[in-house]
Design a protein around this ligand. Structure first.
Ligand code: BEZ
Length: 213
């Protein structure tokens, strides 16, 4: 297992999923992607997480993001559990879940942290860009369910900063002012950011979010 770092190409793999066999890169196509692991099927926090992801499908679609979940449970287990998720979370699971019984993908992506649990995956999240590069890695322990609003927020930031020479400040939300990239000289800002800007310090320049009307 090699360490995966930001900017690396997301390792490719073939896997069995609840929506059929996939080749990860082919399945991603031109989309952005989220690959996320959960510790085990038929567990309470995971049930709420997968139900939440199903409810956010429209938000992921708007951002051209495909989502795939993973645990080391088998396909029959996943398929039975989906019934419980749909029933208890009032949703329809609408994304594939990888059955990684041989732990091939878990090991490739370092999702098993032996000092936390020797057999089960932790709550890993990998956001992958449309160039197949890893853009974000977050790891949560089994006892803490993820905040999927935060995932949408960081995807908004990742997609904005991929296409515009800006960065997003602390606690930024879509629609708020952003920071001009330090690589841009202050005298070049007016032509590049015609909506206006403020120079708070020579290294801290803000501007309205450039990709909004
Ligand atoms: C859960 O999803 O609720 C869970 C899974 C493994 C350990 C602790 C909680």
């Amino acid at each position: 297992m090699a360490t995966i770092r930001l900017g690396d190409e997301a390792p490719n793999f073939n896997a069995k999923t609840t929506e059929g066999d996939i080749n990860f890169h082919d399945w991603l196509g031109d989309s952005w992607g989220i690959l996320f692991s959960h510790p085990a099927d038929y567990t309470p926090v995971c049930t709420t997480e997968l139900g939440t992801v199903a409810k956010y499908k429209e938000e992921f679609d708007k951002r051209n993001v495909k989502v795939v979940a993973l645990s080391v449970d088998g396909l029959d287990s996943h398929k039975g559990w989906i019934g419980d998720i749909n029933e208890t979370q009032g949703t329809t699971v609408n994304f594939p879940i990888i059955a990684d019984e041989d732990r091939k993908v878990s090991e490739l992506y370092d999702m098993i942290h032996p000092n936390a649990d020797s057999k089960l995956t932790v709550r890993s999240v990998f956001v992958i860009g449309d160039d197949k590069k890893v853009k974000l890695i977050i790891t949560y322990p089994a006892s803490t369910g993820r905040n999927f609003d935060e995932l949408l927020r960081v995807i908004d930031s990742l997609q904005l900063t991929a296409y515009h020479k800006v960065a997003t400040p602390a606690n930024w939300n879509n629609g708020e002012d952003v920071v001009v990239s330090p690589a841009i000289a202050t005298e070049d800002i007016p032509s590049m950011f015609p909506k206006g800007h403020k120079v708070v310090k020579p290294y801290l320049r803000t501007t309205p979010q450039p990709n909004l009307d």
